[in-house]
Design a protein around this ligand. Structure first.
Ligand SMILES: Nc1nc2c(c(=O)[nH]1)N[C@H]1C(S)=C(S)[C@@H](COP(=O)(O)OP(=O)(O)OC[C@H]3O[C@@H](n4cnc5c(=O)[nH]c(N)nc54)[C@H](O)[C@@H]3O)O[C@H]1N2
Ligand SMILES: Nc1nc2c(c(=O)[nH]1)N[C@H]1C(S)=C(S)[C@@H](COP(=O)(O)OP(=O)(O)OC[C@H]3O[C@@H](n4cnc5c(=O)[nH]c(N)nc54)[C@H](O)[C@@H]3O)O[C@H]1N2
Ligand code: SF4
Ligand SMILES: [Mo]
Length: 769
């Protein structure tokens, strides 16, 4: 494509390299050498490069701003300053935080940008190129049939949006991504529910929904049962399906300190992620270069088989008399059925399913048994599976059998994704609302609300594909690229009449996810720019207060999420029964939150006290749970069937040479945040660009493939050609590729109870074209 022009609203200090245009991007990329440790010197180099660049002073200023980090849910930053964690300890912010800030500090897109570039042209941009265009700073609309976005006046935006939301409530919906504030989230769901719609899809539907579903079922609570303080008292952490060195870097310091005090870390991951073996943290400068051992034991099961491993561990516990029956009898229900199931499971099936040896399973059980306080933590390797809810049950059962829930230093800890994704759930942004919140909202609104579940993210795409959705408001995110089967996602969004995207930066979704009639992009302020206070919730159940800030986009025409939603709600609902316009005042929103959201009472005083707080009723230091019986309700866990299709099922002859079927893991590199790519290469995995497949060398050689060879990868929804083979420490039979590029490949196989796609065990054929 032709060179895209520079953005016109130049920020005072912008790194020249950041303004490189798409053609030049690859020139600035280093080639990927394999890093021997996670973290390490590249982090310091990145910090130095960014903070000493012309954009540096702005980055520093933002890092010191009293607001929570934009990036992950570990929750660094807040009222005490950008570098403080919830135990008020001063810490560095990780590199990802700088990446996220620097991306929001880009200059604004000029108001003529979209006149100069057609949408067809913009559709050719990669994720990184789209992000590097700069900040959205003027509202634009794409009208039916046009190949351009064009400027639009606010009045018309509100008219079109109000008209869109005046249609039958079952035909309107929202989607959100967990970067916005609690206040915006609360307002969004209140507005949509007051219409009579529960179609509040959220990125958590594609992420930790299985954790919410399963924890609620077993413990009557949907979030982590462990506080950061409690994690500090653990002497063993079982880390399952998480690439924390890349995605939750500050968690690595906790693991380093745990190892330093003699504790153990059991890592379970089909990919031997280098940072999980050894990590160099800037918080421990003496060991930055050579790194610190993280995993005391590293198990690489077959993708999707964790449940079998946990049942195996339980079987060892049972056979050796290590199950804490006193605890089970006193604090759990249904334990006998679970024990019977474990006793009946045969070793042969367990071992065949998980692909680990009996010796490895015994060693894992011994490690858990011999520890005093064990925290079980997990992320997408567990939730992105067709049986993810059972997966989490199996982890919970293991924790309960060893008495590791409901005491200091132990428990269950889902490691959340987006920096406020958990807050969105707490605020009631969900297709499946808890009765307690519904009742509180009914009181607030003075009317009864619909009880049936609405559309979650996948159901929203399916309904749109059937032509059953007319209006969609997206509060952040990239619904298009986050979904499986991008062809379907594009078609489905194309059936919707009106889509309104509230966003800080352009992404591929804005160019591919076009509505049938009107697609509107509303530019919004980032967290640290809002002129009012807001709050967010960390994955450790801690509420952070964000101070007001300023934007560098002084020539732009942006709106705050709160102002947009409050104005829209007022136009849709008038003054009854809530004075919707009062909701422009975030303090008032917080007062409503204090009334409606369980555990959030203290938010009502936060404007006066500035006191951040742990949400009440979430952290369990005693084995008493908010279930009907007060006990944990254990669930049976059937072994999964992990049979892969054959080459023939992919339309290839079974005898085809140089071809094989693999279980593909799709996930992130450390240089991306979800669908937004900041950096093409992943040095830690030795992947020089985004179009690589990480394979086990013995698998490759057995099928006649060589390192660096270019192959085709075919799934049940699409094919990618010219993919470079990179050898890596992936378990035999598995492979890894990057999302969102890989999302063209697969149809969604859905975990039925949670609605979450199985992004981590995607059957694919790899072959020579
Ligand atoms: N830098 C960065 N940070 C992020 C994000 C980002 O995109 N970039 N995204 C944020 C969000 S929204 C989220 S949800 C989190 C995601 O954080 P993670 O869950 O850590 O991220 P993923 O890359 O999806 O994959 C996690 C790991 O699961 C492993 N895995 C795959 N299949 C299996 C399996 O069957 N069993 C086991 N045990 N492991 C398996 C993969 O090898 C990988 O190491 O990170 C948050 N933080
Ligand atoms: N194959 C595969 N697919 C996956 C996954 C996977 O591992 N594999 N992971 C899944 C997971 S865990 C998740 S969470 C989803 C992520 O899905 P989403 O949350 O929908 O996607 P993001 O890429 O995080 O959204 C990024 C966009 O959010 C906007 N944004 C950023 N900050 C703000 C803000 O403050 N306000 C507003 N209004 N907008 C903002 C910007 O425009 C940016 O381009 O993807 C899922 N899809
Ligand atoms: S660990 Fe997460 S919250 Fe903490 S600084 Fe890094 S990205 Fe931000
Ligand atoms: Mo996520």
């Amino acid at each position: 494509m032709t060179q895209l022009d520079q953005t016109e609203d130049q920020a005072p200090s912008t790194a020249a390299s950041d303004r490189d245009l798409p053609e030049n991007l690859s020139a600035t990329e280093p080639t990927a050498d394999h890093m021997p440790i996670g973290g390490g010197l590249p982090i310091i180099q990145y910090w130095a490069q960014k903070t000493l660049s012309p954009q540096g002073p702005q980055i520093w200023q933002t890092l010191f701003h009293k607001s929570a980090c934009l990036s992950c849910a570990w929750g660094t930053g807040g009222q005490n300053g950008g570098f403080i964690n919830e135990l008020e300890e001063p810490l560095q912010r990780c590199m990802k935080s700088v990446q996220a800030i620097s991306s929001e500090l880009q200059p604004g897109l000029g108001d003529h940008f979209f006149a100069r570039h057609t949408i067809s042209e913009l559709q050719a941009l990669t994720s990184r190129e789209a992000d590097r265009l700069g900040r959205l700073s003027f509202p634009v609309i794409r009208r039916a049939g046009s190949d351009h976005y064009e400027p639009i006046a606010w009045e018309e935006i509100y008219q079109l949006t109000t008209a869109g939301f005046s249609l039958p409530p079952e035909r309107v919906a929202s989607y959100s991504s967990g970067r916005s504030s609690n206040e915006a989230a609360f307002l969004l769901q209140l507005m949509v529910r007051a219409l009579g719609s529960n179609n509040l899809a959220d990125c958590s539907d594609l992420c930790h929904a299985p954790s919410t579903v399963s924890l609620n079922k077993v413990f009557g609570t949907g979030t982590s049962l462990v506080s950061l303080e409690s994690l500090r008292q653990a002497d063993c952490v079982v880390l399952v399906g998480s690439n924390a060195p890349a995605n939750h870097p500050r968690l690595m310091n906790e693991l380093i300190e745990l190892r330093d005090r003699g504790g153990k870390v059991l890592v379970i991951n089909p990919v031997r992620e280098v940072g999980l073996a050894k990590f160099g943290s800037p918080a421990h400068p003496l060991r930055l270069v050579q790194g610190q051992d993280i995993a005391s034991m590293f198990l690489q099961p077959i993708p999707g088989s964790d449940l079998a491993l946990f049942v195996g561990i339980q079987k060892v516990l049972l056979e050796r008399g290590w199950v804490q029956f006193d605890y089970l009898k006193a604090h759990t229900e249904n334990w006998q059925a679970v024990i019977d199931q474990v006793a009946a499971a045969d070793w042969e099936s367990i071992i065949a399913t998980c692909g680990l040896t009996l010796t490895e399973i015994i060693a894992a059980a011994e490690m858990i048994h011999s520890s005093q306080n064990v925290v079980f933590a997990w992320a997408m390797g567990i939730t992105h599976q067709a049986n993810s809810v059972d997966n989490i049950y199996s982890i919970a059962n293991t924790a309960l059998m060893t008495g590791n829930v409901g005491k200091p230093g132990a428990g269950l800890m889902p490691i959340r994704g987006h920096s406020n994704v958990q807050g969105f759930g707490s605020m009631g942004v969900t297709a499946h609302l808890k009765d307690s919140i519904r009742e509180a909202l009914e009181k607030l609104l003075g009317k009864s609300l619909k009880r049936e579940s609405g559309y979650d993210a996948r159901a929203l795409i399916e309904a749109s594909d059937r032509g059953e959705v007319d209006t969609l408001l997206c509060l952040g995110g990239n619904l298009y690229a986050a979904n499986p089967d991008l062809t379907q996602a594009k078609r489905a969004l194309g059936n919707i009449d009106t889509i309104i995207y509230l966003a800080t930066k352009p992404n591929q979704g804005h160019f591919h996810g076009l509505a049938q009639q009107n697609t509107i992009i509303v530019p919004v302020y980032a967290r640290f720019e809002n002129p009012h206070k807001t709050t967010v919730e960390s994955g450790n159940n801690f509420v952070r207060l964000n101070s007001p800030g300023k934007t560098h986009l002084t020539k732009g025409d942006l709106v705050t999420e709160i102002d947009f939603l409050a104005e829209l709600a007022h136009r849709i609902h008038g003054e009854d029964p809530i004075q919707w316009r009062r909701l422009h005042d975030t303090r008032y929103v917080r007062q409503l939150i204090a009334q409606a959201i369980p555990g959030y009472e203290k938010i009502g005083e936060i404007d006066d006290t500035s006191a951040e707080f742990t949400i009440s009723g979430r952290i369990f230091l005693e084995p008493k749970f908010p279930t009907p019986s007060g006990k944990a309700e254990m669930q049976p866990t059937p072994l999964p069937d992990l049979t892969l299709p054959t080459l023939q099922d992919f339309g290839l002859p079974n005898t085809q040479p140089s071809a094989m079927v693999l279980a593909l893991i799709t996930g992130r590199s450390y240089g991306q945040h979800n669908t937004v790519v900041y950096k093409e290469a992943d040095e830690y995995r030795g992947m020089p660009h985004r179009h690589c497949i990480l394979m086990n060398p013995s698998d490759a050689e057995r099928s006649g493939f060589a390192q660096h060879q270019r192959v085709s990868v075919r799934g049940d929804a699409g094919q990618l050609d010219n993919i470079e083979i990179i050898f890596g420490e992936v378990r035999s039979g598995a492979a890894l590729m990057f999302y969102p590029e890989a999302n063209v490949l697969m149809k969604a196989r859905i975990e039925k109870r949670a609605g979450t796609p199985a992004y981590k065990r995607v059957p694919v054929a790899v072959f020579l074209h």
